[in-house]
Design a protein around this ligand. Structure first.
Ligand code: DAH
Length: 346
């Protein structure tokens, strides 16, 4: 009886092995029949029913059957492994023609690009960068620049006051004073940086960027200033553009001028960017007021025999970027909209 049972189990096992479709189910077959809780273990518990003298022979027989199953198992295992390998080779083939995984790479902000380009252009004619604090003493932001307390010029800038003597700098011009205090002429410096004014609409932001230029040397004239600015305008906006100087007033320069260039968008024909005038204003400039040179201890008196002269200029970075790229709203720069930012590349 037990012998027949053993044979039946063996047949079932061999059948199941043949049927197994993958190595996982094949292994389950092995566990079910040959494992500790498997069919053969259960069968062996019944050997007590046999007469003692028959038990060794039965044991031998069972071992033989188990060996057959084991061999069938190994053979099938090899078969399945080959099939599975072939399948993997077929399905997991690497398609080298597929596009790679896209990784978003950051790039420089348009304002950073504009600052770097300006610095790059002017560094070719001897200018190098200086910085200064954003929280300024009243002296540096106003007084040393010939903007005394209660001077109407302070009305031109809506100032964020920190306390009675400190302000968030309203322009980069105070860096002129720091530089002249700390260094000996000749000087050719650029000072890009963040500035602050209590102002906000499509063309004004409470925090924006300027770049200041300062040259201090012997025999510096308006002609040097015009030459420098024209060179810059042509390098930055385009070789075919004209530069125009309009008389103006700044307390820290004398004479002072406002700089226009022919509109880079319409080349002077008239468009939305230049309000149909053909010209766009890019900043202020002038010869450094002798009082400022005295305040900064460059000259001992307002007039002396071998004194220094200087020219200075100040441009709005956002304004330059808006003109160059035809951007109509200053708020775009701070909205972090990737569709906007991703368009700019040098
Ligand atoms: N500081 C001025 C402003 O913020 C801009 C400026 C004008 C700077 C004339 C200069 C200059 O250096 O010479 O409006």
């Amino acid at each position: 009886m037990l012998k027949e049972k053993a044979k039946a189990i063996t047949e079932k096992a061999l059948e199941a092995i043949q049927q197994a479709s993958d190595s996982k189910s094949l292994y389950e077959v092995k566990v079910n029949f040959l494992g500790k809780q498997g069919e053969f273990s259960k069968l062996m518990k019944e050997t007590g029913k046999l007469p003692k003298e028959d038990r060794p022979a039965f044991g031998k027989e069972v071992n033989l059957l188990k060996k057959n199953i084991e061999e069938a198992y190994l053979a099938k295992e090899l078969d399945l492994a080959n099939v599975e390998l072939a399948l993997r080779l077929k399905t997991e083939k690497i398609d080298l023609t597929l596009p790679g995984v896209y990784r978003a790479v950051g790039r420089q902000h348009p304002l950073t690009l504009v600052i770097r380009e300006i610095v790059d252009i002017l560094s070719h004619i001897g200018f190098s960068v200086r910085t200064g604090p954003m929280i300024e003493e009243d002296w540096y932001n106003f007084e040393a620049l010939n903007i005394p307390k209660d001077h109407p010029a302070r009305d031109m800038q809506d100032t964020f006051y920190m306390d009675d003597t400190h302000v968030l700098r309203t322009h980069t011009s105070p860096i002129q004073i720091h530089t002249m205090e700390n260094e000996k002429p000749p000087l050719r410096v650029l000072a890009p940086g963040s500035v602050f004014r209590c102002d906000s609409d499509v063309t004004h932001s409470p925090n924006f960027y300027q770049i200041e230029g300062l040259c201090v040397d012997k025999k510096v004239s308006m002609a040097d200033l015009k030459g420098t600015i024209s060179y810059f305008v042509n390098a930055f906006f385009g070789q075919d553009l004209k530069t125009r100087f309009r008389p103006s007033f700044f307390p820290f320069t004398e004479p002072s001028a406002e700089v226009d260039c022919s509109c880079p968008i319409c080349k002077g024909k008239g468009c939305r960017v230049c309000s149909n005038t053909g010209w766009v204003e890019i900043g202020g400039c002038g010869l450094v007021n002798p009082k400022v040179l005295v305040h900064a201890k460059i000259n001992a008196a307002e007039r002396s025999d071998d004194d220094y002269q200087g020219y200075a200029f100040g441009f709005g970075i956002e304004r330059m970027a808006m003109i160059k790229y035809g951007i109509d709203d200053i708020r775009r720069f701070n909205e972090n909209d990737m569709r906007f930012l991703a368009q700019f590349k040098r």
